[in-house]
Write a protein that binds this ligand. Structure first.
Ligand SMILES: [Zn+2]
Ligand SMILES: [Zn+2]
Length: 136
């Protein structure tokens, strides 16, 4: 395994925070700070076969402290939730869909996003320079 995240090198960088941006449904958006670039629109291609599954999918590696989990990957899709970028996270332990947990009481500079599944597993997505760096 080399790269934690497979992203195209053509993705533009966020004008606000410099992170790599990803393609949302209609425009580019930064999953680190939420900046949306409306000037960038999806380029029409001749082979638009998957109009319904335009979400960007990541496969994230574990970046936490437990060596036993080092090979465990988490599948994450970037989706639009209302008017902002959200994540569709599959639990790395039981493969269920996860729900975003509230970060109330956390420092705002801790930009990790927390998720939990019905079985009580908890996952945090850790932001990095290229978007989401990994999970723990
Ligand atoms: Zn940004
Ligand atoms: Zn689970």
């Amino acid at each position: 395994m080399s790269a934690a995240i497979s992203l195209s090198n053509n993705d533009p960088l966020c004008r606000r925070c410099g992170s790599r941006m990803v393609m949302g449904y209609d425009e580019m958006e930064c999953i680190t700070c939420g900046y949306v670039d409306y000037s960038f629109t999806r380029q029409p291609t001749t082979s638009r076969k998957n109009l319904l599954s335009t979400a960007t999918e990541y496969v994230l590696r574990y970046v936490g402290d437990f060596p036993a989990l080092a090979e465990t990957l988490t599948h994450v899709k970037v989706v639009r939730i209302r008017n902002r970028a959200g994540f569709d996270v599959e639990c790395p332990f039981c493969s269920r869909a996860m729900e975003e947990a509230s970060l109330s009481g956390k420092r705002p500079e801790a930009r990790e996003r927390r998720f939990k599944c019905q079985d009580g597993h908890r996952v945090s997505l850790i932001p990095g320079k290229t978007g989401v760096e990994g999970w723990r």
